[in-house]
Design a protein around this ligand. Sequence first.
Ligand SMILES: C[C@](O)(CO)[C@H](O)COP(=O)(O)OP(=O)(O)OC[C@H]1O[C@@H](n2ccc(N)nc2=O)[C@H](O)[C@@H]1O
Ligand SMILES: Nc1ncnc2c1ncn2[C@@H]1O[C@H](COP(=O)(O)OP(=O)(O)OP(=O)(O)O)[C@@H](O)[C@H]1O
Length: 329
Amino acid sequence: MIKGDGAQDAVDMLAEARSAQMLSEAESPGWIELVAPAKVNLVLNVGDRLDSGYHRVSTILHALNLHDTVFMRRTAAPEGSGLSVAAEVKGRGGVSVPEIASADNLAAKAVALLARAIGRAEDERVEIRIDKRIPAQAGLGGGSSDAAAALVGACRLWGVDPSSREVRDAACEVGSDVAFFLQGGCAAFAGKGDEFVRSLCASKRPVVLVKPERGVSTVRAYQAFDADPVPADGAVEAAFDEVGSADDVPLFNNLALASEGLEPELSAVRRWLEGRCGAGRALLCGSGSCTFALCESFDEAVAVSVEARKHGWWSRATSLGSLKAAVVR
Ligand SMILES: C[C@](O)(CO)[C@H](O)COP(=O)(O)OP(=O)(O)OC[C@H]1O[C@@H](n2ccc(N)nc2=O)[C@H](O)[C@@H]1O
Ligand SMILES: Nc1ncnc2c1ncn2[C@@H]1O[C@H](COP(=O)(O)OP(=O)(O)OP(=O)(O)O)[C@@H](O)[C@H]1O
């Protein structure tokens, strides 16, 4: 639900109070707290469709300081009951969360996959609680980041090495963006988006995020791309191979046109942001429906965000950062 400025402030304050309550809960024995950052794709260069149905991509992803918070603990379960994983999601800071059944939650799926991969057969219950500040179906990778954080959390609870092959394989099986969140900062990935190529020097640049109410399904965006593919240009390929710093990456996303075709409001958001932050500074986040724009200062990002909310759009001022899925407490 989109709210006006005053209502938004009240919701933010209430969310912080509730969050503090959850933190003290997490401080009780057995709970660990993890950070699960959002991402943007500075470059998303979609190529051929592979036999697997996935597309070959070259992408440069960057973590944001906007993040979900994931709480986890394990408790004993009756003998013979095996492993059960329960995940619960609560929207924070004005983010409304779709109904996600525990078994469908990407964080719960990731933990179950890892247990299978390492042959863990204890009778136990793993509980996951997610404070969600990253909107869903936004192209910000929220579900994927929660999954990466849950993998890191399970490693801590079970004494598993988070850099092990089993963790990497479980990440790739859950989704193509998950591997990035284990890496964090700014990094180039290839394959279906899950093959690490190299790290780039991360930026701290302020950004503003703007999302219309409706989301975009990633599957539908790639289908629309196939119906009318947009080729990458040579300069983008060179940047993918050579640029060393996030601040020097030229923004590019050849999936954006397909998403804009599915959701015409996305072009309006992009044009509106270009008018405020400058041409070439605004880009769709992955498959959308969120668009980000690079700003000169945090003050500018806040001012644009306040304006965007007046249009009924969800918006946040944040910045690029070096976060990755990690235990914080
Ligand atoms: C748009 C991006 O977010 C950019 O980082 C990713 O490419 C998508 O990442 P994701 O949400 O983790 O996507 P996945 O859960 O792996 O895939 C969802 C669906 O998107 C399509 N998909 C995804 C990645 C890819 N390289 N090619 C695809 O065609 C497939 O139809 C797939 O079934
Ligand atoms: N923990 C989770 N958080 C958010 N969505 C989840 C989660 N687990 C499962 N989902 C499902 O995944 C769908 C996509 O959610 P997500 O927020 O990751 O989208 P996205 O930002 O477009 O992803 P991406 O950028 O990786 O394409 C949601 O519609 C929801 O049904």
